[in-house]
Ligand binder design. Structure first.
Ligand SMILES: NC(=O)c1ccc[n+]([C@@H]2O[C@H](COP(=O)([O-])OP(=O)(O)OC[C@H]3O[C@@H](n4cnc5c(N)ncnc54)[C@H](OP(=O)(O)O)[C@@H]3O)[C@@H](O)[C@H]2O)c1
Length: 310
């Protein structure tokens, strides 16, 4: 496939690589819908907040601090009375639990939850509560948030979890259950891959648990986009990304498309347990389809969360 064909081709959804979040929501009126987005202050999360608000949705906009969330809502043109900015520091279980409690206190019913926030390729092993930080932030933080909010989901509520094609860089077997601290070996990309593999398994197991209901859960690869996510990379790589970005990478507007499509498009209704890319169903690494592995991760995550205290 030539680059031109890749950029312009469309899949069964009618959208493809080049579609933007605005394009996949063209004509949709989301008034009356409430959608929670983590990591709303940067990159794909900020664009997701902007486009959902543009289409009329009330966005429950989460960032590490209330100040960041409030500023993001203003920047996205979704001011007071429309968006609901909240603090949620995913590596701090107390902050996540406080956020869950606040969503419940406000009585918010959620039509979708987009688990967008993430960190990538930390150069050195860093931990929170004894667990490697990418696994803890990207997976455990979202696990705690989503499982805490399940009762807030509407009958046909959708959960969208940002994974990545980098899940293919996870170690053999996907998850090193005996090395979740990283103490027995650490690689910046290996552990990012593992965290993104965990995001994918989480969506799969959630979808299995939703069977028999109208609720759905899917994982997303947004494409490769030059955002703040690259902050931990060698400055030379950052320079190259910034240079080739406009030609070879997706724009932020394109990068936000698949998660927005998964969360609100009628075309994604009923789709569950899938790995999505370019606003279409894609194939993950074969072992990411293993239901026993997904179940094991869920059970291990429950134990981890229980061990964090309340
Ligand atoms: N960009 C890509 O090429 C690409 C490719 C595949 C997958 N993804 C996935 O797409 C998602 C969005 O990434 P992006 O490219 O938009 O990156 P980004 O611009 O760096 O945005 C990441 C967001 O996550 C937030 N975040 C990080 N750590 C957090 C924590 N401990 N608690 C709460 N929020 C936290 C950040 O907040 P701060 O600004 O306060 O740090 C920021 O709002 C990520 O899950 C990433 O893995 C991206």
């Amino acid at each position: 496939m030539s680059l031109y064909e890749m950029f312009t081709s469309k899949g069964p959804s009618g959208f493809g690589y080049g579609a933007t979040a605005e394009q996949v929501t063209q004509g949709l009126k989301l008034d009356g819908k409430t959608i929670l987005v983590t990591g709303c202050n940067s990159g794909l999360g900020l664009e997701t907040l902007r486009v959902l608000a543009l289409r009329g949705a009330r966005v429950v906009a989460l960032a590490r601090t209330l100040e960041k969330a409030t500023a993001a809502c203003a920047q996205a043109g979704s001011g007071p009375g429309k968006a609901v900015p909240l603090a949620c520091e995913l590596s701090d279980p107390q902050s996540v639990r406080a956020c869950v409690a606040e969503v419940k206190r406000l009585g918010l019913k959620l039509d979708a939850i987009i688990c967008n926030a993430g960190i990538m390729a930390l150069p050195k092993l860093t931990k929170s509560h004894g667990y490697e930080l990418q696994f803890f932030t990207n997976h455990i933080g979202h696990f705690l948030l989503v499982t805490g909010l399940l009762a807030q989901l509407t009958e046909d509520g959708r959960v969208v979890v940002l994974s990545s094609d980098a899940h293919t860089r996870a170690p053999r077997g996907g998850i090193e259950f005996d090395n979740l601290s990283g103490d027995k070996g650490y690689g910046a990309w290996r552990q990012y891959g593992q965290a993104k593999f965990a995001n994918l398994l989480f969506a799969k197991e959630l979808a299995r648990r939703f069977e028999g209901t109208r609720k759905t859960a899917n994982a997303v690869h947004p494409g490769v986009i030059n955002t703040n996510l690259a902050r931990n990379l060698n400055p030379m790589v950052g320079f190259i990304l910034a240079s080739v970005g406009p030609l070879a990478l997706k724009t932020v507007a394109q990068g936000a498309a698949t998660q927005v499509w998964a969360a609100v498009s009628p075309g994604a209704a009923g789709l569950s347990g899938q790995y999505l890319s370019h606003s279409n169903v894609a194939k993950p690494r074969a072992d990411a389809n293993d239901p026993a592995l997904a179940k094991r991760l869920w059970e291990e995550s429950e134990k981890i969360v229980a061990g964090l205290g309340s």
